[in-house]
Design a protein around this ligand. Sequence first.
Ligand code: E4P
Length: 319
Amino acid sequence: MTENALDSLRNVTKIVVDSSDFKSIARFNSIDATTNPSLLIKSISDVEYKGFIKQVSSKYFNLCSKDIARELVISFAEEILKVITGRVSIEVDPAVAFNTKRTELEALKIVESCVARDIPLERILIKIPATWEGILAAKKLEKKNIRCNLTLMFSEIQALTCADAGVTLISPFVGRISDWWKKKGLKWESSCDDPGVKFVRSVFIHFKKKKYPTEVMAASFRSVDQIFSLAGLDLLTISPNLLSNMMKLPPKKNLINWTKNADGQKSQFFEKNQTTIINQVNFLKILASNEMANQKLIEGINIFKKDGQKLIFAVDNES
Ligand code: E4P
């Protein structure tokens, strides 16, 4: 039954909860869930989770702090899986984002721990920052049937390289792109003109046109308007706050008209780069020419890296 705007959205798009707060996400009936180091820091700072951190830290007391922190992240994911029906994204330590081998090894450690916990591999997505090195690691992991979610995506070249590498899912970031342009003084009236929304629409339209199997999941939302503007996408990962807001709104009609207007969503990039060969030189050259994407990717890795360090300090304080 369609009782509110979230139900309307659910009818056209797979809803994902963007949270590690496993004690409160069941009420959203989301299929998948996404976590990241910043969300985990938010959860562990909550007094509700004090006991949980203690419990995990003492279970893995014989490991070093870095390994305990990884087990803590996986323990959150394990609990989340009890209250959703689909997959949970677990992020690799972003400190290794520019190293293919180390990203692959980190991912394999997560997989090993999931196997030891009897978590079916189809229920996890290894979340990796979409650097050249990260995408290469994902390509190798996908060949081993380890599914990946390539995150911190701000540019078409990252998206295209991921499709070329055969990754399962990409997470283009809406809000962080809008934040950057707002700071630059850009203004727009309607969310259809929001640069974050326009970027994700063009990626989605291009992927469907080319029949790439890679799923497109928009992430990083600042408003319900941005979310409604992307209804019809494969998946949308949304924070508990915005999910709650949508539950208070009446049902919405005609949510996905924009997907029919493929011409209106065309991106100059995809038009221009039809024959561009995907290799490291072209990837880095094209990424470097996009000031926003370049800055946001580096900034995103640094923020997640810092929060990853905070997780290690937190388990250190427990032991
Ligand atoms: C989800 O996968 C992303 O990590 C998340 O949506 C980022 O959101 P933010 O830009 O609000 O931090």
